[in-house]
Design a protein around this ligand. Structure first.
Ligand SMILES: [Ca+2]
Length: 353
């Protein structure tokens, strides 16, 4: 992806940015709302937690069917994760297809690799890059100086008993390291159905040959990295995909040295309809919605994979090493939402000049 003057990126100079229509109302796929004060002082958060805890318990007890609000708060959506404190026992939920916490050294086998990917390591400490664990070990992905590839692993649905779905939720925790300074946009994890034929790398989608909706990142501006979808679909105007940033309330503009709950939802369109859906949430808040996507014109194309991809560009290589971290990955049939946890970790300030 080539750098542009406004700091936004495209995968090629000929690409065109399509801005998605943003829904003015909360997503119907989102769960009930809970008052949330954001990251404040510990005392403030303890007070907030104490005040909403009974209501949260009640929400879970009534199958997440109520709405709880709090003054001076931002709502976020409760999902199935709210029923499993610290994500414990999530795999017992019948709607959870996969849970990965990167505590096992053989994590990569679950992602289609026969050996450990070269630029991916499990870390429990990484003070040089101001890493703070989310929950135990995390997957650290490195984009090496003078290269593009960080990671390209896949969860292929056909290899698992549930088969290839037509809609799926995918949630992971993401943290850009202190050295995250890409000079070009690139790709992040997300769903795809390329079948090795089309839907990535300039292999244009025509509705019959493949599609993808990986995550994207754009060039950081003013200390934040915009993320979004990078979509290959039947209506793409060029041979390269469209970048749809998660601009709603600027929720998709992420800082370094902070964990974010990133969740994606894709529902494939009916082959004869323009009703495919993409949604994105940050920390349980709807950050993006588009409901008129044509991923396909044939029924044979499904959701083939969750593509765990981290890639710098485009074509321009990284001018230095960049790192990011991933933890608590979940693939599920219904909205997942942020982890039900207690106190947030205190994040250090950057020491990068
Ligand atoms: Ca972990």
């Amino acid at each position: 992806m080539r750098r542009k003057r406004d700091g936004r990126h495209q995968s090629h100079a000929s690409e065109i940015v399509n801005r998605a229509p943003l829904s003015p109302v909360p997503s119907p796929a989102a769960g009930p709302k809970l008052g949330h004060s954001g990251v404040g002082s510990s005392a403030k958060l303890r007070t907030m937690c104490a005040s909403v805890a009974p209501a949260l318990a009640l929400c879970v007890a009534v199958s997440l069917s109520c709405t709880v609000t709090s003054s001076s708060s931002k709502p976020f959506s409760l999902g199935l994760a709210a029923q499993y404190p610290a994500d414990k026992d999530l795999t017992k939920d019948p709607d959870v297809l996969y849970f990965g916490d990167f505590e096992s050294a053989s994590w990569y086998a679950e992602w289609g690799n026969t050996s450990k990917p070269e630029n991916a390591d499990l870390v429990e400490a990484d003070t040089q890059r101001l890493f703070v664990p989310f929950q135990g070990r995390a997957l650290r992905v490195r984009i090496v100086k003078e290269s593009n590839v960080g990671l390209s692993s896949e969860y292929r649905f056909a290899l698992h008993s549930a088969g290839e779905p037509e809609e799926i939720y995918f949630r992971y925790y993401l943290r850009f390291a202190d050295d995250w300074r890409p000079i070009e946009g690139g790709k992040l994890p997300g769903p795809a159905g390329t079948y090795g034929v089309a839907g990535w790398g300039g292999r244009r989608s025509d509705g019959t040959n493949g599609w993808s909706a990986r995550g994207s990142f754009s060039i950081p501006q003013n200390g934040v990295t915009p993320i979004g979808f990078y979509a290959y679909h039947a209506d793409q105007p060029t041979e390269y995909g469209d970048v749809w940033e998660w601009e709603r309330r600027r929720l998709g503009y992420l800082r370094n040295n902070r964990w974010y709950c990133v969740e994606q939802y894709v529902r494939l369109n009916g082959p004869s309809r323009r009703d495919g859906i993409l949604r994105g949430w940050i920390d349980g808040q709807l950050a993006f919605e588009k409901t008129d996507v044509r991923f396909r014109t044939v029924d044979a194309l499904k959701i083939e994979t969750i593509w765990m991809n981290v890639y710098h560009g485009g074509s321009d290589v990284a001018v230095r090493d960049h790192h990011l971290y991933v933890d608590n990955v979940i693939i599920a049939r219904r909205y997942i939402g942020p982890m039900n946890r207690g106190m947030p970790t205190v994040e250090p300030k950057s020491n990068l000049k």
